[in-house]
Design a protein around this ligand. Structure first.
Ligand SMILES: Cc1cc2nc3c(=O)[nH]c(=O)nc-3n(C[C@H](O)[C@H](O)[C@H](O)COP(=O)(O)O)c2cc1C
Length: 192
């Protein structure tokens, strides 16, 4: 497929529709290399990627289940706790992407954050280009300090995405996109 067609046809695949096989190690490395090839003002590299392997997914799942049960008390039924335990293992590959900002720095914080978003987007596109599906999620664990701690991060570190990658078990349904003209306009200077 032409690169431009890949970009204009990509859709996120819901994590519950991502199955085996996941990308091989070589394919994953290519996806991650594509991820890192993003605009990065000042060459700061203000992002990190953790590949959370099966053991890591299990450990993280135990923590999710514990935190969920603690927070919801009697309202947390077994099925929901089990869902939390399995949350990180829903697809063959799980990545945690963090924004690692250099502050203070002459490169604005906003630019550093946006570079991380671009990295996530490149990962989605690269996965698609290799025939895989992916979904970029945050969900509650991205905003939880205990989760950050288990992954080795300070509470001030932002988890900007958990990216799940696998083979689509069904084609994603089309999603309405904004009208071109609602987004794009031509500007020819201030109105007199
Ligand atoms: C930073 C970020 C976080 C997201 N977190 C969630 C989330 O927690 N839960 C969710 O259902 N979708 C989340 N999404 C949305 C999906 O990744 C995705 O945008 C949606 O499924 C449609 O994707 P598509 O337009 O690529 O097909 C998030 C998107 C972004 C950019």
């Amino acid at each position: 497929m032409e690169a431009i067609d890949l970009l204009t046809t990509r859709r996120s695949v819901l994590v519950r529709h991502l199955g085996d096989p996941g990308p091989s190690q070589d394919e994953l490395n290519r996806i991650l290399e594509a991820g890192m090839r993003v605009p990065d003002h000042g060459k700061i590299g203000p992002w990190r990627i953790q590949v959370i392997n099966k053991a890591g997914q299990a450990a993280l799942g135990e923590l999710c289940a514990k935190l969920y049960a603690e927070e919801h008390g009697e309202r947390a039924n077994d099925k929901m706790v089990e869902f939390e335990r399995e949350r990180p293992a829903r697809a063959p590959v799980l990545l945690a992407v963090t924004s690692r900002l250099e502050v203070p720095h002459n490169i604005p914080e906003l630019e550093q954050r946006l570079s991380g978003g671009a990295l996530c987007m490149n990962i989605l596109n690269a996965a698609h280009a290799l025939g895989y599906g992916a979904q970029w999620l945050t969900e509650w664990p991205a905003f939880n300090d205990e989760v950050k701690k288990m992954l080795g991060h300070d509470p001030s570190t932002d988890i900007i995405g958990f990216i799940y990658i696998g083979t689509p078990t069904q084609e994603p349904k089309p999603r309405n996109r904004p009208e071109f003209d609602a987004v794009v306009s031509e500007w020819s200077g201030p109105v007199a």
